[in-house]
Design a protein around this ligand. Structure first.
Ligand code: ADP
Ligand code: MG
Length: 698
């Protein structure tokens, strides 16, 4: 048997160099094996043949058997079309082509028997079928079998008649050539224990299922395999890292922590905070390097948990640092933490891009001498000039702004990597966290501090400006502050900026007695900070902004978040924005303003926002509505991955199960030397090599 994975697709009968080039470019299909792994996105039951008399207006795809009575060409230019009158003796339908007319004309003959497949639509008192699939009855072994596969193709491919049907034909040709079983890609033990179909059967049935049951089994086998290797990859990597990186042991919880806890902590910790702190303490004392993702909704008190974890590092004679994605956030953390630690003998310093000259030198020297205990800052912390005496714990706030590469640069700051705690307010559904951050352990703060009033979320159409302004006015009269946020998308930047400017003008006109500030990403950083500061200090009552305020800014006095063009934001972004209010004890509001006409998806998003404040529920819904590829954070961090057949939103249970299977393999064969697993390790190596995305994960 020749090796399909090294057989160029262009040598497959019916492909050739031109089609091969398209397949390479459009679908990334280079070898015959690649083609086999290009799965259908749906199947249509073609087991039944309808009569023309039966057709009614509500039918999905159907097939008819009959002959073409005659054809006519009508229309001019773009309106030109070819019509074939098709009859099966019970009536007539019109088959219509708008494109590729020349090709069609030569192809089909009058009074020959064909099977026609397509979606009938009523037109001029008759039904017509536009761009039907047509097969000669004698050739139709394949599609009478029942389920017909449908493959995604691109516009470019369709223009060259490389449509779903063409791919189906290639697939049939290729499968017909396979006379012996293909090399298995899972080990015999895993196949047997999990009752999985052999790879050859799975590939045959995923393209041309003999029946629904076999299709299900084929899907299960291929999903299993896909998720299995993703998990094996992550777990293998995590395992290697554990071995390579022994962690500092923070054996004791000492005086600093205890003093803070008993004398400085202004309130009782929530149960969730206590639980998470326990998890962190256990990690820190375990002797292996901690890599923990701390998830918690905005306002759930992550900063405090981070601070107390840093105090444990200090108790054990180490330094700690906290890295934030923006200067403003770094400043805020610095203020908060200094405030918490007032009266304790702990030196906290702030290092950002704007700390320069003597001040900077002093901080760097203090750091190297071990006199600075806690360093807070931005990316400036990972610059080469920054050296710690003994960095024991690094906390990273708002994970998705930092890539994996940056995380590992922090490790390079020591001979041993510090413990790492990553905090994020973008809740990631558990299943996705497991797949994306398989090397991280996950802690969740799923409880808000007591006394918070849930934010009331309201959806309003944008022609109700007056009542909107009345609500804003009322809050301002009560001494509160208001955010008004506009979308800013790169593709439509000019229009968006114009909207922000107009919105700003409009607000200034509507609230002449108020100070209104304005912030967007196109401003110079210094101007931006100055405007931001106006709001933080309470000088400005209203801030008109783009999503630059999305991350972490804390103005407890702000009680209204107005989101203009809310239909253009994703769910998790809306949730993030909403989290900017509701930080104090007063009732806060989030007002989602949209146009009148809304797509179904958008309506759902808004409904979810109005219904719940629970970030995890929202993240789950987001995952279902948009699919993981679009999930916020996954793209920004450069960790994208591409599942061909499994669906994280729907196959969560299988994922969990498969993770256990992969874990067992690694536990039993930590060195990867057992002969019965050779297939697995070889396959993993091959996948790592070919799949660029995987490299990003590990
Ligand atoms: P996050 O970073 O998770 O969005 P913060 O750490 O900024 O949340 O906390 C939000 C606010 O809640 C802060 O003002 C903080 O002091 C306060 N806070 C944190 N923990 C508690 C608690 N257990 N009880 C009362 N208030 C708390
Ligand atoms: Mg925070």
């Amino acid at each position: 048997m020749f090796d399909l994975s090294t057989s160029d697709i262009k040598y497959l009968t019916g492909v050739g160099p031109q089609r091969a080039a398209l397949l390479n470019k459009e679908l990334g299909i280079y070898s015959m094996y690649d083609l086999l792994c290009y799965y259908p996105y749906k199947y249509v039951d073609r087991s039944r043949i309808y009569t023309i008399r039966e057709i009614d207006g509500s039918m999905p795809y159907i097939q008819l058997k009959g002959e073409i009575l005659g054809t006519e060409l009508t229309g001019e230019g773009r309106g030109r079309r070819l019509i074939a009158h098709f009859s099966d003796g019970t009536g007539i339908v019109d088959l219509v082509w708008f494109q590729g007319i020349k090709y069609v004309v030569g192809k089909y003959k009058v009074h020959k028997e064909y099977i026609v497949f397509g979606k009938p639509a009523p037109f001029n008192g008759r039904f017509n079928i536009a761009h039907p699939d047509i097969d000669e009855v004698s050739e139709l072994k394949l599609s009478t079998m029942g389920m017909q596969p449908y493959y995604n193709t691109t516009e470019r491919m369709k223009r060259s008649f490389l449509n779903s049907r063409a791919i189906e034909q290639m697939m049939a040709t290729l499968l017909a050539q396979i006379s012996e079983p293909l090399p298995e890609t899972l080990s015999p033990a895993i196949l047997a224990e999990n009752h999985l179909m052999p790879i050859t059967d799975a590939l045959r049935n995923i393209h041309f299922p003999a029946n629904a049951d076999l299709l299900r089994k084929a899907q299960y086998r291929l999903k299993f395999e896909e998720l299995f290797y993703v998990q094996l990859n992550i777990l293998r990597y995590a395992r290697d890292r554990q071995w390579r990186y022994r962690g500092y042991v923070f054996g004791k919880v000492g005086e600093i922590f205890n003093t803070f806890y008993s004398q400085h902590l202004p309130f009782e910790l929530t149960n969730a905070q206590k639980r998470v702190l326990k998890e962190i303490r256990r990690d820190l004392g375990s002797g292996r390097q901690m890599n923990r993702l701390l998830q918690g909704d905005v306002g759930s008190g992550k900063t405090l948990v981070a601070l107390m974890s840093m105090l444990i590092a200090l108790d054990n004679g180490y330094q700690a640092c906290l890295m934030a994605p923006t200067e403003i956030l770094a400043n805020q953390h610095y203020d908060t933490i200094c405030h918490f630690l007032q009266g304790m003998d702990i030196r906290v310093e702030l290092l950002t891009g704007s700390v320069k000259g003597k001040r900077r030198e002093a901080i760097l020297a203090g750091l190297l001498a071990g006199e600075v205990h806690i360093l807070i800052g931005t990316h400036a912390l990972i610059e080469d000039t920054v050296h710690f005496a003994s960095l024991g714990l690094a906390v990273i706030d708002e994970q998705h702004r930092f890539g994996v590469a940056q995380r590992s640069r922090l490790w390079a700051k020591n001979e041993r990597p510090p413990h790492v705690l990553v905090m994020t307010a973008t809740p990631i559904p558990r299943t996705l966290a497991m797949t994306l951050y398989g090397d991280l352990d996950v802690s969740v703060i799923d409880e808000l501090p007591p006394g918070r009033k849930p934010i009331a979320t309201i959806h309003q159409f944008d022609n109700h400006r007056e009542s909107l302004y009345r609500s804003i006015r009322k809050q301002i009269d009560e001494g509160r502050q208001v955010y008004i946020v506009y979308p800013l998308v790169k593709e439509s930047e000019k229009v968006d900026l114009k909207n922000v400017e107009e919105g700003y003008e409009r607000i200034c006109a509507a609230f002449p007695d108020c100070k209104v500030c304005k912030v967007h990403g196109q401003m110079k950083p210094a101007d931006k900070d100055a405007q931001m500061q106006l709001f933080v200090s309470g000088t400005a009552q209203i801030m008109v902004a783009t999503t630059v305020i999305e991350v972490g800014v804390n103005v407890p006095n702000a009680s209204v978040m107005v989101i203009e063009n809310a239909e253009r934001f994703g769910l998790s972004q809306l949730h993030q924005l909403r989290g900017r209010v509701g930080r104090g004890a007063d009732q806060s509001y989030c007002i989602l303003v949209t146009g009148y006409k809304l797509a179904e998806d958008t309506r759902k998003r808004l409904e979810i926002m109005v219904r719940t404040n629970d970030g995890f529920e929202i993240a789950e819904a987001d995952l279902k509505l948009r699919g993981p590829g679009d999930l916020e954070g996954t793209q920004q961090s450069g960790i994208a991955f591409d599942l061909k057949i499994a669906d994280i939103a729907r196959d969560g249970q299988l994922l969990q199960y498969v993770r256990e299977v992969a874990q067992k393999v690694i536990d039993a064969d930590p060195e990867g030397t057992m002969p019965e697993n050779e297939i697995l390790w070889r396959r993993l190596k091959a996948l790592r090599k070919t799949n660029v995305n995987w490299a990003a994960i590990s």
